[in-house]
Design a protein around this ligand. Structure first.
Ligand code: ADP
Ligand code: MG
Ligand code: ZN
Length: 519
């Protein structure tokens, strides 16, 4: 019984007929040194099944112990999301049978999450060259453990269907996760995809700023399930009053969408698919769906009713968690400046436009520029280097800015040398080459490569005199008022100086020597 609706409605048609509602579930893998309930290490990319013990393998008789750092990270996330922190809460067993979880239950939280009832204001691209803010209401943030990783071998899709056999790696089993669940987000309208993207992006920034996760979607340390539904648009009654409540439509849950762009595309795609289903008179099946990056579409996963019975019950092997109010306030005091607020502050300090900031954030340059300015660079200089030369090279090498072997201190050094007039831009680019090639800090590279702007006016004057003597005809033209002709002389002087002179200064000296007042 599968609904194969080939068609989708156009995005515009969807908006004319329906009101979209979205809900986002984000799993954040904490970067604690050890797992949630045992002392196994959590490093990414280790030999399969090398980071396991009786507890995370679910061997009989093994008893869990809660990771205190994970609990504090959960509370800090909750506080940063403006949530209440539970006075007391318990873990619960979510029972299911599947080889990714050898205990046959996942230790999670159910009706007693550690944090609940918060919000996050996110700034989204309004699609018209500006930004707008939407308040995402947070239902809850709860603690749980990750499952093992299955690799299905054989078959073309990498999914279990059609596979010959499956490999299991339990290194990931038991890694601490925080699941953050939004309320149904209403009133998002045409901006549903952009708001979904902005929210996940804001959560990524937030968890990184908190230092609780590296939040790398491509490595799966931040994963998003996107719920989408459509409902009838609110109409007006016969007296013209807005009809109050229109019930929510049936949702689908697109699982594990692993990039910001995919979150945006998956929401937009599901809207158009739901639109076609509903417009044909059929109803949307409540189910999970899989996102396909290559086709930009989703396919049916498994049916999912709200009454799915995991037979949750309180975990008997773990004591309830009851953080003291003092501890909660201590943790609140450790919260960093909220990323959105920090962005606004830096924008003001740097004198950057909205568009500049969008590019800076998009390029992952915000922290690098900030650190460069703190190391002494001018804001304009720091932005120019990171967003110009360095970004160009990073793109050419296909790597992230943060992975370029260049420190904010080195950028500050480079900027200082340019500002002090000791390097021309062209020379500074050569110094950058040297720094990136591992030849040392900017000063060292400039010394080693002999890149110094000649500040000795005597040497420059000598060069000017030599060039004027060697080019009497050009010199006469300049004397006669053809100032543009000085260009040829400047070129000669720069050549004499082997490029290590300031061209503007050379021009000044040439004109002064020829007795021409620059107009
Ligand atoms: P599940 O057990 O299905 O994962 P959760 O409560 O963890 O349920 O998450 C469901 C998510 O879907 C929440 O973010 C919720 O706000 C959202 N949601 C619920 N109903 C709808 C709906 N009709 N349309 C869109 N999103 C919805
Ligand atoms: Mg869920
Ligand atoms: Zn273990």
């Amino acid at each position: 019984m599968s609904t194969t609706i080939g068609d989708v409605l156009s995005y515009q048609q969807v908006l004319e007929r329906f009101d979209p509602v979205i809900g986002l579930e984000v799993h954040v893998e904490l970067s604690t040194a050890t797992k949630m309930f045992c002392g196994c290490p959590t490093g990414f990319g280790a030999e399969p099944n090398s980071q396991v013990c009786p507890v995370c393998l679910g061997l009989p008789g093994a008893l869990p112990v809660v990771n205190a750092v994970a609990v504090e990270s959960a509370m800090r996330i909750g506080l940063a999301l403006n949530c209440d922190i539970a006075q007391s809460c318990r873990f619960a067993r979510k029972n299911y049978f599947y080889p990714d979880m050898p205990k046959n239950f996942q230790t999670s939280q159910y009706d007693e999450p550690i944090a609940y009832g918060g919000y996050l204001d996110v700034e989204y691209d309004d699609g018209a060259g500006g930004t707008a803010t939407y308040r995402v209401e947070i239902e809850r943030a709860h603690m749980e453990e990750d499952a093992g990783k299955l690799t299905h071998v054989g078959g073309s899709t990498g999914r279990i269907h059609g596979a010959d056999y499956s490999l299991i790696d339990y290194n990931r089993a038991g890694i601490p996760l925080i699941e953050i669940v939004t309320r149904p987000l209403v009133g998002v309208g045409e901006h549903a995809p952009a708001i979904a993207r902005a929210y996940v992006s804001a959560l990524r920034d937030l968890t990184r700023a908190l230092g609780v996760s590296d939040a790398r979607m491509e490595q799966g340390s931040l994963r998003c399930d996107a719920n989408v539904s459509l409902r009838a648009r609110a109409g007006t009654d016969r007296l013209g009053a807005e009809q109050a409540v229109v019930p929510l439509g049936t949702r689908t849950e697109t699982k594990n969408v692993n990039s910001l762009r995919s979150v945006e595309r998956a929401v937009a795609y599901e809207m158009t698919r739901h639109g076609a289903v509903l417009s044909s008179g059929a109803s949307v099946l409540q189910e999970t769906r899989h996102w396909h990056e290559d086709t930009g579409s989703t396919t049916s996963g498994r049916p999912k009713s709200d009454a799915d019975d995991y037979r949750y019950f309180p975990e008997p092997d773990l004591a309830p968690i009851a953080p003291s109010r003092e501890r909660v306030e201590e943790l609140r005091a450790t919260l960093p400046e909220p990323p959105g607020q920090r962005r606004k502050r830096l924008q003001g300090e740097w004198g950057a436009s909205d568009l500049d900031m969008r590019d800076v954030v998009g390029a992952g340059a915000l922290d690098l520029i900030d650190a460069s300015v703190l190391a002494g660079a001018s804001p304009a200089g720091a932005r120019k280097w990171w967003m110009g030369e360095v970004l160009r090279r990073a793109n050419a090498d296909g790597r992230e800015l943060a992975d370029v072997p260049l420190t904010p201190e080195q950028v500050a050094g480079l900027d200082a040398m340019v500002t002090a007039g000791r390097l021309t831009d062209a020379m500074a680019r050569q110094v950058l080459d040297g720094v990136l090639a591992g030849e040392g800090d900017p000063e060292q590279v400039a010394d080693a490569r002999g890149l110094r702007l000649v500040r000795d006016d005597g040497a420059l004057q000598a060069a000017v005199d030599t060039v004027i003597t060697a080019n009497p005809a050009v010199a006469d033209k300049v004397r006669g008022g053809k100032v543009q002709a000085a260009g040829a002389l400047i070129g000669q002087v720069m050549k004499e100086m082997r490029g290590q002179a300031d061209a503007a200064k050379a021009r000044q000296l040439i004109l002064a020597t020829l007795g021409v007042v620059d107009g």
